[in-house]
Every structure is written in C-alpha cells, then in structure tokens.
Design a protein around this ligand. Structure first.
Ligand code: SF4
Length: 356
C-alpha cells in the first residue's frame, strides 16, 4: 500500500485526479495529514464515509513509533523512533534561548565510514523515505511535553542526507509547505560530508542552508578521517562551495571537529582560514566528545581557545559549539553506543548525531 505521508501536496492532487476525484481533495488530504496530524484516513471528516473507505483500501499512513525519549539536564530531548522494519532512528531537539532546533536523521546507518563516527562504523542499513524524514518533525510536534516547538531544522542526525537526495528534497518540500508544517526554507540546514555533485544540485533545487563537515585542512588528514575525501578532495569540495547558489546574506557553515594531535595545531587554524578565503562562511569548532569505541581524544581547552583566537585574528567568524545533551548521548559530535536502543531495535544500530 502507498504511504501517503511520502507524497507532496502536488502528488496527492495528481493521485486524486488520476482516480477521477477533484484535485482539491489532494490538498485537503495533505492538510489533514500534516496540519491536523491524523493517523488514519478515517479521521478526515471533510470526506464522505464512502470516500474515506475507498481511500483506506489503497492508502496507508505510516506513523513512527516512539520507543524512547530521554531528557538531558540542559533540556535537550532525544527520541528513538522505530521504523516499519524495526530499525531505529534518533531525533534530537536542542533548546535555545527563544526557540529550539530539531536535528533529523536521513538514513538508518551510514555508508560514509568517517573514522570519528560510530554510525559510520556500523555501516548502512537503508535510506529513510520522505515520510520517515519529515515524520520525525511531526512526531516531535505531537509530543505534548515539548515546551518550545522547533523553529530550525538541521539534517545532522544519522546518515548522509545528500546520499538520500531525492527523498531529502521531497521531505524538505513537505516540511516547508504552507499547507503542511510550514517551516521556512531559510531555517533548514543540510549538513554533508561532501558529496560534491549533490551540493551543487541542492543549491539549484532548494533554498536550504548548507553546512560542510570539513574536519581537516589537508587531503592527507581528511583522507584518513573521511573516506569521501578520496572521491572529492578538499579543493573540489571548496570549489563546489564557491559555486553553491547561496541565498542573499547567507553563509556556508563549516563544521570542524577538533581532534587532539590530529587537526588542532595552530598551522591547521591558519590553513583553515586560507582554505575558506573568498567563501561567505562561518566556522563551528566542535571539541571531540570522547567515547571508548573511537580512538581520538578531546583537545585541551587551551588549544581549542588558541585555535579559535587564530581564526578570529584572521578575520573569520568562528564559534566554539557548546555541546548540549552530553548526558543522554545527544550532543553533536558525541559518538555513543546506546545498548538500550540496541536491545529495542534488535539490530546493531544506533543514532549517530555526529555528522556535524
Ligand atoms: S559523520 Fe555523518 S557522514 Fe560521516 S559516517 Fe557519521 S553519519 Fe555518516
């Protein structure tokens, strides 16, 4: 059966038209799905009983099943959701002063194999479909314990969003529809480890913001940390950033995970600044969150501050990203192995949230 949460408003209109029904029924159904948050076609009271029954024979509404929710001392919330094939994905809500940011997963597992990432080590299970991607936002909005609904969405959860490109674009279309959840495209950021062809395509086909997980300043370093660099080395990646169709007054975010003794030397800071010259950019420094499974260490606070200082002196916009939700393994860059979730899923799969 067709999961209609994976269809855009336009596709639902087409679906109705092809069955001899008026197109506006598609718009109505889309609105009921995303604004009224129905869980079954039978709840669409705007439709006649006959129409509801007719549609229910062919259409399915798949609802993510919440299997756990953890709340950090700093207010960060992490949900684990079960997909229809029992895989688990995780979603994190990060509270800010006047709003909150939702961190969404785009794949179950990941094929990119970044050396600092546990999900990378676990391998790839499958792409999430649009309903499972956008459905994470819906599931969070449905949770009545959320005090500050999300204003921003970042694709920095499990998986590489640009490796699930068409489903990502469809999910963004659904999330930003004014008949649906009505998020602003300007408040959506897609983070990538550097799949160059799809970076260019993303700029052409959406106005979402771009974040690049750079994490190194030489190809030798980056080859070691991120295998994608062998296909798209730093120069190719940064040229794609220069060509990216950046909306006015926006900048590309460069995420830089600081790993002690690997990429945190003063010369790395100077090289980073030189690499980004000419690209409207801001840099997020993320001191590595240590975990036993990954053989890297967090740099001393002094060397993190020195790294930031050098970048500032070279006129870069740079912040040190505060790690939120560390106590519940939800912080960005925090690599964890959640045995509880493993038990629930029955598979060696857990959230990554390290794709910064
Ligand atoms: S850091 Fe991101 S791209 Fe790299 S393996 Fe982890 S989830 Fe995949």
């Amino acid at each position: 059966m067709l999961d209609i949460r994976s269809l855009s408003c336009l596709e639902l209109e087409t679906y109705m038209r092809e069955r001899g029904l008026p197109e506006f029924r598609g718009r109505q159904l889309f609105k009921w799905l995303w604004k009224n948050r129905i869980t079954s076609v039978q709840e669409v009271t705007e439709f006649s009983k006959e129409l509801r029954e007719q549609l229910a024979q062919h259409l399915l509404i798949y609802n993510l099943e919440q299997v756990s929710r953890k709340i950090s001392v700093d207010g960060t919330i992490k949900w684990a959701f079960r997909l229809r094939d029992s895989l688990i994905v995780e979603t994190v809500l990060i509270p800010e002063k006047d709003h909150s940011t939702l961190c969404i997963s785009s794949q179950a597992g990941c094929a990119m194999g970044c050396a600092f990432c546990l999900t990378g080590k676990m391998g790839f299970f499958r792409n999430l479909d649009p309903s499972e991607i956008a459905g994470q936002a819906l599931a969070v909005l449905r949770d009545i314990t959320v005090a500050k609904p999300p204003r921003n969405i970042v694709f920095m959860g499990m998986g590489e969003p640009l490796a699930n490109f068409e489903n990502l674009l469809k999910a963004i279309e659904i999330l930003t529809s004014d008949l649906g959840l009505n998020f602003s495209q300007r408040r959506i950021t897609v983070s990538t480890c550097g799949i160059v062809p799809n970076i260019i395509e993303l700029g052409r086909r959406s106005s979402a913001g771009l974040a690049i997980s750079l994490h190194a300043t030489t190809n030798t370093q980056r080859d070691r940390l991120m295998p994608i660099n062998k296909a798209y080395p730093i120069e190719t990646l940064l040229n794609a950033c220069r060509d990216f169709n950046l909306p006015a007054r926006r900048r590309i975010t460069f995420e830089y995970l600081l790993l002690k003794g690997i990429n945190d030397a003063p010369e790395d800071a100077r090289r980073l600044s030189a690499l980004l010259r000419g690209i409207p950019s801001k840099i997020n420094l993320i001191p590595f969150n240590e975990c036993p499974e990954i053989p890297f260490s967090e740099p001393e606070r002094d060397s993190v501050l020195r790294f930031q200082e050098i970048l500032k002196e070279l006129n870069n916009t740079v912040i040190i990203r505060k790690s939120k939700g560390r106590d519940i393994s939800a912080a960005c860059g925090q690599l964890f192995y959640d045995r509880h979730d493993k038990k629930i899923s029955g598979k060696d799969l857990t959230g990554c949230l390290s794709c910064s």
